[in-house]
Write a new protein. Sequence first.
Length: 278
Amino acid sequence: MKRIVTTTVAGALIAGFAWAGVPARDAQAAEIKWYGQAAFRIKTPGGKVIVIDPFITKNPKTPAADKDLSKIGKVDLILVTHGHGDHLGDTGKLAEMTGAKVGVNADMGHTLRILGIVDKKQLVRFNKSGPINPIGPDITVTMTHAEHSSEIVHKGPDGKEGIYPGGEPAGYVIKLEDGYTIYHTGDTGVFKDMELINDLYKPDLVLISIGGWFTMDPAHAAYAITRLLKPKMVIPMHFGTFPPLKGTPEALKKYLTEMGSKTEVTVMQPGEEKAFGK
Ligand SMILES: [Zn+2]
C-alpha cells in the first residue's frame, strides 16, 4: 500500500485517510526531507540517515532555519553524485561534523582526500554498478550512469581557484531495509539505459532533475518517467534554484498527462519533510 505522510504540515494523508492536527509519523516509512536543488536527507525505516548532495549553506532555496548543518543531526552516509558545487556543497563540513561515511566515485574520492576535503577513513570509493552495503547489510547502494560532467572547482588556502578531477557523474539507487527503492538521478540528461535501471531495481520513487539547461527539462523527464523508468512516484528536483533552471513541476505534470503516465508527482517545498513507503 502506498503511504504519503506529511510530517511538517497538519492535515496529512495516511493510507488514503485525511489526518488533521498532529503531525503524522509512520515508524515503517522512510522520511525524506528536501533542501532544494538535489539535496535530500533520507531517514530509513531502520533509523539510518543518508544525505545526498548536501548543497545547503549556500543553497538559495534552503530555508534559513535549515542552513544550520548541526540541525541535520546524525548522518550515517553522505552520497555525492558529482563534483559541481551545487552537489558537493557542504560535504566536507558535514562529514567532519557527523563522522559520516562519504560515498563517491573512486576518482573523486582521491581528489577529496588529496585536497583535504574528506578524511580518508570516511571515504567509500566505489564505481558504477557496485552494489555495495556501506552502512550495514540491509541497505544497498548502487551507483548508476548519469549523462553529465563532474569537475571540482576548489579554492585553496591561498584563495586561488583550481580545477580538479571529479571522476564520472552518477546517480544512486538506494534499497532500504523494507525493500523500498529510491533512485536519485543526479544531474543527467535522459538516457536509454534508464530502462536498465527500471529492469534491475524497479525504483518505487525517483528523485528526478527537471530544471533543464544542465539536466533533463520537463519534457525529457516526462519521457524518462513514462517510457523508461515507470516508477510509482517521482519528486521533481534541480529546478528554480538559479535562473537557467526554468523547468517546473507544473510543466512536468502537463507532459506526463499528455503521455498518459500513471506515475504520481509529489511536489515538495524546500525544507519540507514527508514520509514514503510501499
Ligand atoms: Zn547541478
